[in-house]
Design a protein around this ligand. Structure first.
Ligand SMILES: Cc1cc2nc3c(=O)[nH]c(=O)nc-3n(C[C@H](O)[C@H](O)[C@H](O)COP(=O)(O)OP(=O)(O)OC[C@H]3O[C@@H](n4cnc5c(N)ncnc54)[C@H](O)[C@@H]3O)c2cc1C
Length: 512
């Protein structure tokens, strides 16, 4: 049933990746939501995020969307998992990384999905279509949230729509997924804390027929250009003629004055290119002081901004959406107390802080810092400079391309919901080709591992008594584990926490 326009369980301001993902997570649990979004169409000309992490792909798989995202990606995951450091797209190679961004994880036991290179608008389009197809979620484009009033029973939001229309919507909960300039964040009196990097960057999307055939380095998802005069990055948006590049240290004014000159400098040769779009930006390291109130929550860029190096920005927002979505669904469905919602900030804010710190470390050494004037000199000068530059690149940039410790390894260890040493994502394995352990987890909680252990029966009884949805998946010889709806482990028999299943389950759903 489509939610009533005047009263919805959850209102979501913002239909970017975080807002649409929140609606899909709620729908996954059968909870209705309304997403309001001013943009009628996704912004095809502003590709922005291009890295969908292995973890985000696993979460998309959970909603049945991973295959569709891969179908829509213009660069197949098998096309390349490499990043090449060069003196120019058509220039000399300095060094390269393989297995970047988890793109090499297809069929690997570590993850149910490999990462995927895909432009943000294509991801948003898949998410929009999934919301449109859902019986529980509605996306209303052309509408923005302009104000809100929160009381003990819910939130009254004021919306502005086409032709000056104004409407009030009453919601049980409001999610502010309305991006960096969040109206919701301002309305609840929360500020970002942190800093910005003052160095300007200038993104260009360009079309250059025939350019791909001239590139001497083979397929790569990033071509870094360590040219002292014009450092930056270049990459393909599709296997036709569409490319993106980032000119580092270039102001909006400089960039817009002659974008074709910048493209030619990064390519390192003459090229006929049509400029399709430009996008100036500066990196920011900002974290909301708080993630919300009793009934209003911030998700995605509204809660945190990090430099794009490492490709974490939008992926962190999908993680927020899943964490917040299952908790709102649990509270609205009556099997968890409202106190569960306090754990959203306790679990997700530290992940954002760690992500910001890691992205800032990646930003400490960019193309301008790595460029050496001898790289563009004679062959002899290049040969003399190359080993040291290659070593510096490998030392300073490896973590940017190989960050599975963060992407798959972030934990909620130590938060009140988790008992003992648990808190990480359930260790993945393939049961058969294409048959992921994660495909056997329920939408609510799952008890998995060796169900012949004596605690198993106690968990089943506790879940029935508490009304918590619990599914069972017998998977010996793995130790018994209680897995949350978000695939994180709430308790494992290997830990030495309290062994009273009812207490463990009650704690996992937010009872003090
Ligand atoms: C130039 C640039 C390059 C980037 N490159 C990368 C990258 O390479 N990798 C990466 O991971 N990330 C990158 N990012 C970051 C990435 O784009 C964001 O992290 C991501 O878009 C965040 O998603 P979101 O849904 O939280 O916010 P947004 O995508 O900002 O979505 C917020 C939505 O809210 C809507 N909205 C705004 N105000 C209101 C309102 N009052 N009411 C209702 N709706 C409202 C907006 O229209 C928008 O659709 C880049 C960002 C920029 C600016």
């Amino acid at each position: 049933m489509t939610p009533d326009s005047a009263h919805v369980p959850v209102l979501i301001a913002g239909g970017g990746p975080a807002g649409l993902a929140t609606a899909l997570e709620l729908a996954h649990h059968g909870v209705a939501s309304l997403v309001v979004e001013p943009r009628e169409e996704v912004s095809w000309l502003r590709p922005r995020a291009k890295t969908t992490s292995a973890r985000t792909m696993e979460l998309f798989r959970r909603w049945g969307l991973a295959a569709r995202v891969r179908e829509r990606a213009a660069l197949p995951v098998s096309w390349s998992d490499e990043a090449v450091f060069t003196t120019g797209l058509l220039g000399r190679e300095i060094t390269r990384f393989r297995g970047c961004f988890g793109l090499d994880l297809t069929g690997d036991d570590r993850a149910a999905e490999a990462g995927q290179q895909i432009g943000q608008p294509a991801v948003e389009q898949v998410l929009r279509e999934a919301v449109a197809a859902s019986p529980h979620a509605e996306l209303r484009t052309g509408w923005s949230l302009t104000g809100l009033a929160e009381d003990a029973g819910g939130v009254t939001a004021t919306l502005a729509g086409p032709g000056g229309a104004v409407r009030e919507v009453r919601a049980g909960y409001l999610v502010g997924a309305d991006g960096a300039w969040s109206t919701v964040r301002d309305a609840i009196g929360v500020s970002y804390e942190g800093s910005a990097d003052e160095r300007p960057n200038f993104n260009i999307v360009f079309r250059a027929p025939g350019l791909a055939g001239r590139v001497p380095h083979g397929p790569a998802v990033h071509y870094w250009v360590l040219h002292p005069d014009r450092p930056g990055l270049v990459g393909r948006l599709d296997l036709d003629d569409l490319w993106w590049c980032i000119a580092q240290g270039v102001t909006q004014q400089e960039g817009e004055a002659d974008p074709l000159r910048l493209v030619r400098a990064l390519v390192g040769g003459d090229v006929d290119a049509e400029i399709v779009a430009t996008d100036p930006w500066k990196a920011k390291m900002l974290l909301a002081q708080r993630y919300g109130t009793a009934r209003v929550f911030l998700a995605g860029d509204a809660a945190h901004l990090n430099p794009p190096w490492g490709g974490h920005g939008f992926n962190t927002g999908i993680g927020d959406a899943v964490n917040l979505g299952w908790k709102l669904a649990a509270v609205l469905s009556g099997w968890a107390p409202p106190a569960l919602l306090d754990s959203y900030e306790a679990e997700r804010r530290p992940v954002a802080a760690r992500t910001i710190a890691e992205a800032a470390r990646n930003m400490a050494t960019l193309a301008p810092e790595l460029a050496d004037p001898r790289l563009t000199g004679t062959d002899t000068e290049f040969a003399a400079a190359r080993p040291a530059v290659a070593r510096a690149v490998q030392e300073t940039k490896d973590a940017e391309f190989h960050s599975l410790d963060l992407v798959l390894g972030y934990t909620y260890h130590g938060t009140p919901l988790v008992t003992g040493p648990a808190g990480g994502r359930l260790a993945h394995r393939w049961l058969a080709p294409g048959d992921s352990l994660f495909d056997h987890l329920g939408r609510g909680f799952t008890l998995t591992g060796d169900l012949d252990r004596p605690e198993a029966e106690e968990f089943v009884k506790a879940a029935a008594a508490e009304g918590v949805p619990l599914e069972l998946f017998h998977h010996p010889p793995a130790g018994l584990a209680l897995v949350r709806p978000d695939q994180h482990v709430a308790w494992t028999a290997a830990g030495d926490g309290p062994a009273d299943p009812r207490e463990i389950l009650r704690r996992a759903v937010g009872h003090p």
